[in-house]
Design a protein around this ligand. Structure first.
Ligand SMILES: *Cc1c(COP(=O)(O)O)cnc(C)c1O
Length: 445
């Protein structure tokens, strides 16, 4: 389950790396091998207290194991420990980051956008909304009620007014409600979620773009989770249209540490208009001396950032190019297959009722009961029972106005209902749905 062959590859890569520094006088950093061994022993034991995120029977939150090439490239680069703030701190890794940005931009149909990697999606969205606020000072940000919770909080940090927009029963932002808000005249930015975190629903981007004919507003696409699915070939019609129109938005966030096979600490912000780089302008008295070329710190809010993240992402995109019909895209199609198959199996079950058909690879399902309160209790109980049988799920609290539509036979006696939620984001899940549903059924009895 933990492939120790990766260590052989790491050793070989380190040997190759060291060959680039043989001109230096000999120098061997020292450490107490016995003491370190003892501590690592303790660490490994403590780390056993984790859910098995790497295993297909972990079918809960949005957690996907990094690709071995990412893990090894990341680890190897730690012997250099580059900092992508400035070229003074990370030369090759800064160049690799810029190449990754070009390729990520090309995936969305943008040639040479302004962009960089970030600590994660939250930081990337913060930069997007910060720039949006500079361009529409004092104006409101609006986002789906099912958008990531951080948008409201980021707006608070930035001191920008924020309004949530209700969703329809498909989990997508209600376009008529958006127009009502636009009519009030104080909306500067609409955040369109391309795959929301709870339900995997993709907001109706083409219809929202049409509103720009009548109203002046900026569109930021939060594709932190869903961004890569534009490469898949098995999207349904509505979903595919949203991706086809993504190049028309003003900024995009994508998280390589979600579906891009990267270790945590790898988000990305892209701006269509390179001109917004002017907002980042600042002077640092102690960096930016080694080169007149762009230092990534000149266009990002964070200062120090791990060059290792860029190295790992570059290695992954080298091995698995971001191409339609390529191996990476094929693996996304397997996740779509897994989610649809899982949904259909649940629909045929006596114990479960799935909500909306999955647009991406998230499936949300209720445990059958006569009332919403009883169904919530059953879901919470099943969550714990399943974990005892090594099946790991997630829970989601949804308003009955949304979930109730998919559960016509239930008596509504509460405002929200607790449902089970599974992200089938490992391609192996396509082979595991039958087993997972069988385990679920056994736990439900
Ligand atoms: C995960 C996620 C975020 C937050 O990203 P982090 O990398 O966890 O900071 C924002 N938006 C969406 C849609 C997400 O799925």
């Amino acid at each position: 389950m933990i492939n120790k062959d990766e260590l052989k590859l790491l050793r070989a890569a380190l040997q190759k790396l060291e060959a680039g520094f043989v001109d230096l006088p000999d120098f061997e950093p020292e450490f107490d091998v016995v003491a370190v061994t003892n501590v690592l022993d303790e660490v490994a034991e403590r780390m056993q207290d984790n859910y098995p995120y790497f295993h297909p029977q972990y079918v809960g939150q949005m957690l996907k194991p990094p690709h071995p090439v990412a893990r090894i490239a990341y680890a190897m680069s730690l012997w250099i420990n580059p900092n992508n703030h400035a070229l003074d701190g990370g030369r090759a890794s800064s160049a690799m980051e810029k190449e990754c940005i070009v390729e990520l931009g090309a995936m969305f149909g943008w040639q040479n956008p302004l962009g960089h990697l970030t600590g994660g999606g939250t930081m990337a969205n913060l930069e997007a909304l910060w720039v949006a606020g500079r361009l529409h000072p004092g104006k409101r940000v609006i986002a789906s009620k099912q958008a990531h919770y951080t948008h409201g909080r980021i707006s608070e940090v930035l001191g920008v007014p924020f309004s949530p927009v209700p969703v329809n029963t498909d989990g997508r932002m209600d376009v008529a409600e958006i127009e009502t808000l636009l009519q009030q005249g104080d909306v500067g930015t609409v955040v369109v979620t391309i795959g929301n975190t709870g339900l995997g629903a993709v907001d109706a981007l083409p219809e929202i773009l049409e509103l720009r004919v009548k109203y002046d507003f900026r569109i930021h696409a939060d594709a932190a989770y869903g961004g890569y699915f534009g490469l898949a070939s098995k999207l349904d019609h509505h979903t595919a249209r949203a991706y086809e129109n993504l190049s028309q938005v003003d900024s995009i966030v994508i998280d390589p540490h979600k579906h891009g096979l990267q270790p945590y600490g790898c988000g990305c912000i892209l701006f269509k208009d390179k001109g917004v780089g002017a907002f980042y302008k600042h002077d640092s008295p102690f960096t930016y001396f080694s080169s007149a070329e762009l230092h990534l710190g000149e266009i990002s809010l964070e200062c120090s950032r791990p060059g290792a993240s860029a190295v790992a992402l570059w290695a992954t995109q080298r091995l698995l190019p971001l191409k339609k019909a390529g191996e990476f895209a094929g693996n996304l199609d397997l996740c779509l297959d897994a989610a649809r198959d899982f949904h259909d199996r649940l629909a045929a079950s006596k114990n479960f009722t799935p909500l909306m058909p999955p647009e991406l690879d998230i499936v949300v399902y209720a445990v059958n009961a006569s009332t919403t309160t009883a169904a919530s209790e059953r879901a919470r109980r099943l969550f714990h029972t399943a974990a005892k049988h090594d099946l790991h799920l997630a829970l989601i609290e949804l308003p009955v106005t949304l979930a109730g539509f998919w559960l016509p036979n239930i008596k509504i006696d509460s405002e929200t209902i607790t449902c089970l939620r599974s992200v089938l984001m490992k391609p192996e899940h396509a082979q595991w749905t039958e087993r997972i549903v069988a385990l679920l059924e056994a736990c439900a009895d």
